[in-house]
Design a binder for this molecule. Sequence first.
Ligand code: HEC
Ligand code: HEC
Length: 358
Amino acid sequence: MKELKVLGIVTFFTLLMYYLVEPYAHHAMHAKFDAQGNEIHIESQGFVYDGTTEAQASAVAVSDLKYKLSTEEDAKIKASLEKKLAVAQDIEAKKATFWKEVASIAELKGDAKSGETAFASCTGCHNGLGMNMGGVIPPDLDHAGAIYDSNYLIALLKDPAMASNVDHKYEDTMAHPMGSIKGTMSHQQIADVVAYMKAEKATEPTAKQAFVEACARCHAMRYDKLTQLGDAPKTKENIKTGHDIEAMKYAQKVAEEQATLATYMGKLPPDLSMIIRARSEHFMETFIEDPQTQLPGTSMPRVGLNQEGYDKVHEYLMDIGDPSKPARDMAAPWVLGFLFIFTILAFLWKKHQWRDLH
Ligand code: HEC
Ligand code: HEC
């Protein structure tokens, strides 16, 4: 019976570590706090975009500055804090107005037929030619109606930088590469184009297509031989020289694209082959919904995926990053069952042996 007690104690502490200590340590390491030391909770918004995360971030920024002002003595620092506060309040108001307008456009009934005509203006850039425009290759929009939230699409067509929550990057001279459409469409036209995409560009993508359209213009997936230019071509070895000239030319083109992208983003977006093992579900969801919540100031734009789009992208990241997970999950009950039966057998066998010795 002593063995069972030991087993019980070991099991107890293992479960305690797994379910309480580890998550707590993780939480404590990643928690974010405002200036007064209150914890900021980052919640998933369910892949619906209405300005909530922006409003929360603005409110924290404003209250932080107010708090700092109330505790600051130095007149000079006070003056500069006051300036910052005015800017933060201005941003808060601008964001609130923007998302209110988005909500009012969402109320309009879009006409897909008229939207088709207006959509033609998009294909000048979104032309499938893989040409870099202002730092990045415009993505294919073949499944845009299926993977993006419609509120987000409205916001994007109204003001790309605001929609992606990277407007802070474009305060000075740098213009968003899709910025030329800002202010060119009436509210009704925006509703029409979104209605068109929701009707005609809404066939279900494969997991990989969703990733390619939403992420691969920036993020490569080395383990799937996917680069910012698409699938790496399968080349034949050049027999004469022993070098694979085609592969080298392709690598050169990828390097050029990545250099342009790195200039646009300030750094090369990381390869995502293994990211799904490194980051928690909560991090991925909230980060994709609004990168600013998890990495304030990051240059990664919000992508605007809806739940379906996120699920597809997640599926692809799992397929490539952790392909043996389904097999592991299947095997787990069998392994546990085996251990359980083996434990009973071992116990009975031991009892049997000792009985003779006593
Ligand atoms: C001047 C070129 C240009 C025009 C015109 C243009 N786009 Fe874009 N679009 C881009 C670029 C470049 C990106 C990628 C921006 C980035 O990732 O930072 C993009 C991104 C997008 C995305 C993905 C957004 C995201 O957050 O992932 C969608 C959807 C989109 N455009 C739709 C449209 C629609 C619809 C139109 C027409 C009304 C349009 N675009 C017109 C250049 C353009
Ligand atoms: C327009 C370019 C762009 C697009 C599109 C884009 N990202 Fe990013 N992403 C970046 C950049 C730049 C970084 C590096 C951010 C940093 O370090 O501040 C990044 C970082 C990340 C990270 C790492 C965060 C961390 O530090 O752990 C993840 C995960 C990620 N992106 C996922 C995605 C997914 C999934 C998509 C598609 C749904 C996507 N990204 C689309 C530019 C992009």
